[in-house]
Design a binder for this molecule. Structure first.
Ligand code: SAH
Length: 218
């Protein structure tokens, strides 16, 4: 794919409209909306598909994977309550769009992807856009213990259960957001680690993610 990094008025206008739409759909966190308004989502698309970049839909990015729907990205990000300097583990880099949103909110991001081609693409694209997270290639269903513990963990693929490893790698006071269910649909699960072995779990809305594939997943 040929990528171009030009942010024209047309794309800027479309991005503003997307932010308004997400607000209407119930996203309330103004910092999250500001981040969505800032990151040029069309940079993750071939120029042929720029007209699709600010629609509120998921879109194929190759290797059978998708760039998540903007509403889903905003929804998950809002639940993370990112503070400046939070250490965040993202499982499922995909296009890298979610990574950029987290970084706009001031997070220090460790992002892991299992598909080599997607990994190779994001290590080129993101730094060119000015985002320099820690990129890791591998199976994130076991987390990334080398860099633990994290303030926040976000899983952007659907898991059959909540892997214990992820809970262990969370700091006390930390938050894990993970879609849990079957291949067809998953419930968004948010877990707050209230003590070394204590957790509060809240089950929220239904979504449809690509599967989390790995040792502690499908
Ligand atoms: N946040 C991404 C969404 C990508 S879709 C975005 O905004 O574009 C989910 C991604 O998770 C896919 O790229 C898939 O390859 C990856 N994935 C699935 N199982 C994984 C695992 N065990 N470890 C790391 N990445 C995984």
């Amino acid at each position: 794919m040929a990528y171009k990094y030009i942010d024209n008025y047309r794309e800027q206008g479309a991005r503003k409209q997307l932010v308004d739409l997400l607000r209407k759909k119930g996203i309330e966190d103004e910092d999250v909306l500001k981040a969505i308004g800032k990151v040029p989502r069309h940079f993750f698309f071939d120029e042929t598909f720029w007209s699709q970049a600010y629609r509120d839909i998921a879109f194929p990015i190759g290797e059978g994977q998708t760039i998540s729907q903007p509403y889903t990205v905003a929804y998950q990000t809002q639940l993370l309550h990112i503070h400046q300097g939070d250490k965040v583990l993202e499982i499922g880099t995909g296009s890298g769009y979610q990574t950029c949103i987290l970084m706009e909110l001031g997070a220090k991001v460790y992002t892991i992807e299992r598909q080599e081609k997607l990994f190779e693409r994001t290590i080129q694209v993101l730094p060119r856009m000015g985002y320099k997270p820690e990129f890791i290639l591998g199976d994130g269903s076991k987390g990334v213990p080398e860099h633990a513990h994290y303030n926040k963990i976000i899983v952007t693929a659907g898991a059959p259960t909540v892997p214990d490893e992820l809970l262990k790698q969370l700091k006390v006071g930390g938050i894990l957001i993970i879609p849990v269910g079957d291949a067809e649909k998953q419930k968004m699960v948010t877990i707050l680690k209230t003590g070394e072995n204590d957790y509060e779990k809240i089950v929220l809305d239904t979504f449809r993610f690509v599967p989390l594939i790995g040792d502690k997943a499908w």
